[in-house]
Design a protein around this ligand. Structure first.
Ligand code: NAD
Length: 279
């Protein structure tokens, strides 16, 4: 695609999230990185969480600061309760509060069922599901303490859970990952129901196939790409920005009445494309 076509793409207004404080977990790579940058471009101050590779987190911080907002990198493993508690505690000290949590950190440890170790199962559940629970719990304590500040946002806080099409599409060879994302869906919906009366909005984004390091095998070679594209009616693999834009909108007051929803951003992958010609 030519540069001029790319430049013609619509941009989210730089004031959409002005004055809001956001935390993105796993923000030094892929979707989290694009999301942290997009939140900064939309006017939010952003904490860039990472678990390894400080240098790549610093690059994200620099880019966010170039929009004239505040940012810093914070090392924490989201599956560790004490680290999550101190991450949110520091954010409240440094930024005064938290308005937006993007619970994005995630990983895969793939194996067929009989080859999967308990350690592989537990690692994925601990990071992808328990990590989101811990971050949501600590963020909500602060949302509840502060309440709604009408000049900042119509809600007391927003959580966007990074789920996956695999919250609804079973995935052979990835039972740990698919179970974690199925869990994220029910956790998100339960929290949304529990917290909506307090004006806290909880939603999820369900990416399809997005070009990031997590799924390099699926898009790196021509053959792999061809197989992947057969699963995507819209005919292109997603970019991290496709997801980042969805997160920014979900976190903004433009979508203030959206509560407990998963927004699939997947080029139609959840439309069962195999049935377009079969069935
Ligand atoms: P990625 O590997 O580029 O990014 C994952 C990030 O999570 C990295 O920064 C990694 O360091 C971080 N992380 C891993 N364990 C962590 C921990 N314990 N504590 C803190 N951070 C940790 O992959 P990505 O594709 O950008 O994935 C981001 C999210 O999007 C994940 O939740 C993933 O399941 C989801 N997702 C991705 C795709 C896709 O096609 N790429 C599709 C559906 C869902």
């Amino acid at each position: 695609m030519s540069t001029s076509t790319r430049e013609a793409r619509p941009q989210i207004p730089a004031t959409l999230l002005k004055g809001q404080k956001a935390l993105v977990t796993g923000a030094n790579s892929g979707i989290g990185k694009a999301t942290a940058i997009a939140l900064g471009r939309a006017g939010a101050d952003v904490v860039v969480n990472y678990v390894a590779d400080r240098a790549s987190a610093d690059v994200v911080v620099k880019e966010i600061e170039s929009f004239g907002v505040r940012s810093y990198a914070h090392e924490a493993d989201v599956s560790q309760e004490d680290q999550v508690v101190s991450m949110i505690g520091r954010m409240v000290e440094e930024f005064g509060t938290i308005d937006i949590l993007v619970a994005n950190a995630g990983l895969q440890r793939d194996a067929s069922l009989t080859d999967m170790s308990l350690a592989q199962w537990e690692k994925v559940i601990d990071v992808n599901l328990t990590g989101q629970f811990l971050c949501a719990r600590e963020a909500v304590k602060e949302f509840q303490r502060r309440g709604v500040v009408p000049d900042v946002s119509r809600s007391a806080g927003k959580i966007v859970c990074m789920s996956s099409v695999h919250q609804v599409i079973p995935w052979a060879g990835h039972v740990n990952y698919a179970s974690s994302k199925g869990g994220v869906q029910m956790m998100m919906e339960t929290l949304a129901q529990e917290l909506a009366p307090q004006r806290i909005r909880v939603n999820a984004v369900g990416p399809g196939a997005i070009k990031t390091p997590i799924n390099r095998d699926a898009w790196e070679t021509g053959t792999a790409q061809e197989a992947l594209l057969r699963l995507i009616p819209y005919g292109r693999i997603g970019d991290p920005d496709d997801i980042a834009n969805a997160v920014v909108l979900l976190a903004s007051d433009l979508l203030d009445y959206v509560v407990g929803t998963t927004l699939f951003v997947d080029g139609g992958m959840t439309l069962f494309p195999g049935f377009a010609t079969g069935g």
